[in-house]
Design a protein around this ligand. Structure first.
Ligand code: ADP
Ligand code: MG
Length: 201
């Protein structure tokens, strides 16, 4: 069973990964966007860290809801409301229980990803974060590491795709040949979950 501390460590691990990878995320976004994905997520996850230090949510669902709310209110770019929706929706699914099982967590994250797809109107193949998130959460039934690997593979597989949603879609054919920044950050999100579940963090 996973308690609120597990979820807090997950959000801390995402924040640390974003600190490490912000320059790469911004570089990816400079090729097919407006070069702010790294700084958007830095601002967002620094605020998540601060919010989780100021409040100490007792339930896993509350940790995710607070993180999601914080991302929505601090990130101006498209990724803030999208990641915020993912975490808020997953948190809502988890309810108020003090501990959640891995199956319950997988189902909550799948529901969160469905909410992202509804909000953004994108599907796998459109060269967005969903190209990492959808295969990632599908593999949660196998293991957290399998989910992280599937998300990373999905992110790499966005390179030859033409963007059909978001800012990158304005480039048309010219979006081909670059990795989608949001798919890259989604791989970090699931990589951090695997690290925390492995006990590495
Ligand atoms: P912005 O595009 O507003 O500058 P960011 O640079 O922070 O915001 O985030 C860009 C990422 O958001 C993209 O790489 C893509 O993965 C994701 N994204 C953009 N629009 C959508 C959408 N409609 N559905 C899903 N993901 C999207
Ligand atoms: Mg951008």
């Amino acid at each position: 069973m996973r308690d609120a501390d597990f979820f807090r460590r997950w959000m801390e691990a995402v924040a640390a990964a974003v600190e490490r990878e912000a320059d790469r995320l911004t570089e990816l976004d400079s090729a097919i966007g407006d070069a702010d994905h790294g700084s958007n997520l830095l601002r967002g996850f620094r605020a998540v860290r601060a919010a989780l230090a100021a409040e100490v949510p007792a339930a896993p669902g509350d940790v995710l809801r607070l993180a999601g709310r914080t991302l929505i209110s601090t990130v101006g770019g498209a990724s803030g409301p999208l990641y915020g929706t993912l975490l808020r929706h997953a948190g809502k699914e988890l309810g108020a229980g003090a501990e959640v099982g891995d199956t319950e967590l997988a189902e909550a994250l799948r529901a969160g990803v469905d909410a992202v797809a509804r909000l953004g109107g994108a599907a796998p193949g459109d060269k967005t974060m969903l190209d990492a998130l959808v295969p990632g959460v599908a593999a949660l039934g196998t293991s957290y590491r399998a989910a992280a690997d599937a998300a990373e593979e999905g992110a790499l597989a966005t390179v030859p795709l033409r963007a059909r949603k978001g800012r990158a879609s304005y480039l048309g054919e010219r979006s081909i040949g670059h990795q989608d920044p949001g798919a890259a950050s989604s791989a970090l999100l699931l990589g951090a979950l695997a690290d925390v579940a492995d006990g590495a963090l």
